[in-house]
Design a protein around this ligand. Structure first.
Ligand code: BEZ
Length: 211
């Protein structure tokens, strides 16, 4: 199994998807990306997840995040299943559903955990920055559907770090105070954060969310 760690360049791959031939890096372009694996087509939790992902498409677009899903099912199965997702979840699936029947991509990304289940992918999430570096990795079991509000929350946090030199505290929600990165000096913080900041401890400085 390949081990991908935070900070690595997300491995490139080519595959077939419901949106046609797919070169991962080319498709990402200069946007952020989110690649999620689902265990299998025509399964209940996956059906709700991919419907939710489709219904959140405007939220992902607003954050310049391209989303794609993958499983080891073949393309004809994906196309049939999308009809069910759209029917039952009141959703339009416009993102690519990658067909990885030969498991090449699933193995490349370590999405099959054989001691859990050798035949299906687990629920992996990879969030990738515009420089193609992996910024977040999550793994959920097949029986637990992911929380897409949490995925938006972490994207907001990652983008605050990338663009504003801010971190986010425990249970942070969009709009709440952020933490100034330790690498930012007080002098720099004064310039960067015109709304000001509170020094709770020299290492814990809070500032209103700038955006
Ligand atoms: C599901 O998507 O519902 C599911 C898939 C595999 C195992 C358990 C649940």
């Amino acid at each position: 199994m390949n081990t991908i760690r935070l900070g690595d360049i997300a491995p490139n791959f080519t595959a077939w998807s419901t949106q046609g031939g797919f070169d991962f890096h080319e498709w990402l372009g200069t946007d952020w990306g989110m690649l999620v694996s689902h265990p299998a087509d025509f399964t209940p939790v996956c059906t709700t997840e991919l419907g939710t992902m489709a219904n959140y498409s405007k939220e992902f677009e607003a954050r310049n995040v391209k989303v794609a899903a993958i499983s080891v099912d073949p393309l004809d199965s994906h196309f049939e299943w999308i009809k069910d997702i759209e029917e039952t979840q009141n959703a339009m699936v416009r993102f690519p559903l990658i067909a990885d029947h030969d498991r090449e991509v699933s193995e490349l990304y370590g999405m099959i955990h054989p001691n859990d289940d050798a035949t299906m992918t687990v629920r992996s999430v990879f969030i990738i920055a515009p420089d193609k570096r992996v910024k977040l990795i999550l793994t959920y079991p097949a029986s637990t559907g992911r929380n897409f509000d949490e995925l938006l929350r972490v994207i907001d946090s990652l983008q605050l770090t990338q663009y504003e030199a801010l971190a986010t505290p425990a249970n942070w929600k969009n709009g709440e105070d952020c933490v100034i990165l330790p690498s930012v000096s007080n002098e720099e913080a004064e310039e960067r954060f015109p709304k000001g900041f509170e020094t709770v401890k020299p290492y814990l400085r809070l500032t209103p969310q700038p955006n």
